[in-house]
Design a protein around this ligand. Structure first.
Ligand code: UD1
Length: 370
């Protein structure tokens, strides 16, 4: 059974690594890896392949950047040609980025079954392109793998056949648990930034809704500058955010904010593992900090990953300056939430996924003639 596994962006690489590994070990599955080229900078792309031992992509579409719609359109066009040539039995997509929805759509037009890993998450916020991507991908998918019980509830409410939904856990956590020890043994990130364990914070921020508007980014950065008077902050800045911070004159607010570029996987893992707290708007880091038991302040009004708030170490703080600063103070004074690791986030999600795909193999292929 030939399956094309699709990746495009940094979080996709982390999710696909254990899936590819399990498929390569499994009889009866012939996995191909396809990179859309959505992320292309070495430190957001190649370094993840190297550190996570992901095989070189069999196919690279090389789309690069563009507006949301033009990027999706370009991926659909180029992926369609790859589908025509390869004629896979199924296409597997992960997460909620443009590459995910574009490839799900192209495969659906050719009646090729779509498998979605990390299905059913909903922020109920259509201002996020990811929410649009999630809804469309799940509507098209033939097999849906979920990370938390709430995702299954969302899908059933939307009318998805319960037989297609499988709660398997979290592939991002498979990767984290596999690399945690090696990250601590080999990453020199703490030394490089001159950090003491539990005496610094780590930050990332890249959502367009947070970084593209001066009136939103300014209070966030003022809160961060205030927090940095009490604890050093390592801020790994996404290219989009770097551009906007410079444009709004927010790139030089405090000497205690260490501004650095996107970090390689193992460095980021070591940094998160020993931090006093994490400040972020990333979906993946909300999950990773819940597994590590490190308090996370999510700079958003909502999350599509409620289990990280209900059971894990995550707190939603929105974008208001005082609320962010107060929540950080609570962690600095009281230690913050450590939570517990959500159900099935145990390092075996990819194995469960591949077992289900093997069972479903024959019926998936029949779906090709729907
Ligand atoms: C994308 C995903 C987002 C995910 C994030 C992880 C969508 C809609 N968004 O957002 O869900 O959380 O990846 O990082 O798919 N750029 C570079 N180098 C690169 C890639 C991008 O400089 O290697 C710059 C370009 O100027 C580009 C901008 O970053 O315009 C945004 O990149 P894009 O892939 O459009 O979305 P992200 O913001 O990275």
């Amino acid at each position: 059974m030939k399956i094309i596994n699709v990746v495009g962006t940094r979080p996709n690489f982390i999710k696909i690594a254990p899936v590819m590994e399990q498929m390569l070990e499994s009889d009866g599955i012939d996995p191909l890896l396809l990179h859309t080229g959505q992320h292309y900078d070495a430190n957001m792309n190649q370094v993840f392949f190297d550190q996570l031992g992901i095989p070189r992509p069999d196919i690279d579409l090389g789309v690069g950047s563009g507006s949301l719609a033009s990027q999706v359109a370009e991926i659909i066009k180029r992926f369609d040609l790859a589908l025509e040539k390869e004629k896979p039995a199924a296409v597997l997509v992960v997460g909620d980025v443009n590459s995910t929805v574009a490839c799900a759509l192209a495969a659906s037009y050719r009646r090729i079954p779509v498998i979605h890993v990390e299905a059913g998450l909903r922020s109920f916020d259509m201002d996020m392109p990811e929410e649009i991507n999630r809804l469309l991908t799940d509507r098209l998918a033939d097999l849906l793998f979920t990370t938390e019980p709430c995702a299954g509830v969302n899908l059933k409410r939307e009318g998805v056949d319960p037989d297609k939904i499988h709660f398997v856990g979290n592939v991002m956590v498979d990767t984290l648990l596999k690399h945690r020890r090696v990250a601590n043994e080999t990453s020199g990130a703490l030394d490089r930034f001159g950090l003491e364990k539990r005496n610094y914070a780590v930050m990332t921020l890249h959502r367009p809704s947070n970084v593209d508007h001066e009136e939103v980014l300014t209070p966030i950065m003022r809160a961060v500058a205030e927090i940095s008077q009490k604890i050093k902050i390592v801020f790994a800045v996404h290219p989009r955010t770097e551009k906007m911070m410079r444009k709004f004159g927010l790139d030089n607010l405090s000497d205690s904010i260490i501004l650095t570029g996107p970090q390689p996987y193992l460095d980021m893992l070591q940094l998160m593992d020993h931090a006093k707290m994490v400040l972020t708007d990333s979906g993946g880091m909300q999950e990773e900090t819940s597994v590590l038991g490190v308090p996370c302040l999510t700079i958003r009004k909502n999350t599509e990953r409620p289990v990280t708030v209900e059971e894990g170490s995550n707190t939603l703080v929105g974008t208001d300056r005082d609320t962010i600063a107060r929540a950080a103070d609570e962690i600095l004074c009281g230690g913050g939430k450590d939570g517990r690791c959500p159900e099935l986030w145990d390092g075996h999600a990819a194995q469960r996924i591949v077992n289900v795909i093997r069972e479903w193999g024959p019926s998936l292929i029949n779906l090709g003639g729907r």
